[in-house]
Design a protein around this ligand. Structure first.
Ligand code: DX5
Ligand code: ZN
Length: 214
């Protein structure tokens, strides 16, 4: 079970310290929430900031693009030194072409989907993916409550992965805390993304451990 702090809940004026503290607490990778103010109502940051964060950690950087045109950002994020690039199947990009571009640029390709989007939308692309990011909240903001249908979606995705003999990782994003992480783990998740729970914890090492179920 890998734990990915979402830097959306970090103090960006002191991002380097916040990242070091999460690394010391046992985090496995960092989740970067990129929002364009169009695909989702919120606006965060792009490759310029990702590049600055890259210089501050050796952990894997996984960018979650909540943007209308992720295809335009593949090269900039590759140059920023991001390791994995996940975008939404509901975006305006040609998913197959964009996944191929992500891999050609040397990054791991991932697809995500909104809670209301049928899992079938991912079916054609599953063999090309290193990661599927299951949203357990509506994308756009941190601090929302975990949607109770998420574990069923994770389990169904794990079933399709097994049935087709595929190897993508399943990541879960939104409303993850000690209680909901247990539901996600039992359903078959490999990576847990958590923002407000981890950055709001008094004891970050204990909070990271709690997501692993110990
Ligand atoms: C929501 C983002 C999440 C968010 C998770 O659009 O994709 O990564 O930061 O935050 P919490 O853990 O607070 O729900
Ligand atoms: Zn995210």
């Amino acid at each position: 079970m890998a734990v990915a702090p979402s830097l959306l809940s970090a103090d960006f004026g002191a991002a380097a310290q916040d990242m070091a503290s999460m690394e010391a607490a046992g985090a496995d990778l960092f989740h970067l929430d990129v929002m364009d103010g169009h695909f989702v109502p919120n606006l965060t940051f792009g490759p310029f900031i990702a590049k600055a964060l890259r210089r501050r950690t050796d952990l894997l950087l996984d960018a979650h693009l909540m943007v209308t045109r992720p295809d335009a950002l593949v090269e900039p994020f590759a140059r920023a030194g991001v390791d994995a690039l996940t975008f939404h199947v509901e975006s305006d990009a040609d998913a197959a072409a964009t996944l191929a571009a992500v891999r050609a640029a040397g990054m791991r390709p991932g697809l995500s989907l909104r809670p209301g989007t049928d899992l079938d939308a991912l079916d054609p692309y599953l063999p090309d993916l290193d990661l599927v990011l299951v949203m357990s909240v509506e994308p756009g903001f941190g601090g929302q409550a975990f949607l109770e249908e998420a574990p069923r979606r994770i389990a169904e995705l794990a079933r399709r992965r097994r049935e087709r003999g595929l190897g993508f990782a399943i990541s879960v994003d939104g409303g993850i805390n000690a209680a909901t992480s247990a539901l996600a783990r039992e359903a078959g998740a490999d990576i847990l993304v958590a923002g407000s729970y981890l950055f709001g914890a008094a004891d970050r090492a204990a909070a990271v451990a709690s997501l692993r179920g110990r």
